[in-house]
Design a protein around this ligand. Sequence first.
Ligand SMILES: C[S@@+](CC[C@H](N)C(=O)[O-])C[C@H]1O[C@@H](n2cnc3c(N)ncnc32)[C@H](O)[C@@H]1O
Length: 204
Amino acid sequence: MTGPTRDFWKERFATGTTPWNRGEPNPQLAQWIAAGTLAPGHAVIVPGCGHGWEVAALARAGMHVTGIDFAANALELCGRILERESLGAQLVDADVLHWRPEAPVDVIFEQTCLCALYPDFWQRYAAQLHAWLKPGGKLLALFLQALRAEAAHGFIDGPPYHCDINAMRALFPATQWEWPKPPYPQVVNTGIERTELAVVLIRK
Ligand SMILES: C[S@@+](CC[C@H](N)C(=O)[O-])C[C@H]1O[C@@H](n2cnc3c(N)ncnc32)[C@H](O)[C@@H]1O
């Protein structure tokens, strides 16, 4: 497999080498709840959920949450965060490139899973996200901006792999997704000294 393997990610969690971990939910999540973009009763998938601060925050806000990760030790950490507050969520040990929900959902919260996948797998992942959502469902995307100087020479470096906005438009084409007009909010992640572009895409 090109790019990071399941063992690579398990090792990151086992050694606590998880600089992307905010130790709290992404602040954009509260913005989306305040705006009504996320609402109680929504069925939400969090692919590559990791520690799962967002899984817990969504469950706390009354949503039916499914967190997916293929690193079992990440899911254990997420389970502990849920347990602390007796929050309910479904945690699934699966590969996001193959897994399918029993029924399409209202919302996907995509935070640093796309940028964790080698770009060869992006089209497959985008097709998965499209298939997981109901028509009219929302993809809440936090596209990580991780451009490196080596890219000017053609090198693909990561993870995290840079989620360039032009690549995102090609990956989530306007024939399949409704795009809002820019500018998009920029959310800072100080742990990795990167920003995320917060974009709400509607599945057509
Ligand atoms: C950079 S971490 C982000 C974790 C979490 N979204 C966050 O922001 O804290 C990427 C996560 O995606 C998971 N992951 C990567 N590739 C995956 C795959 N093919 N299937 C399921 N999970 C995957 C990793 O195990 C890891 O937990």
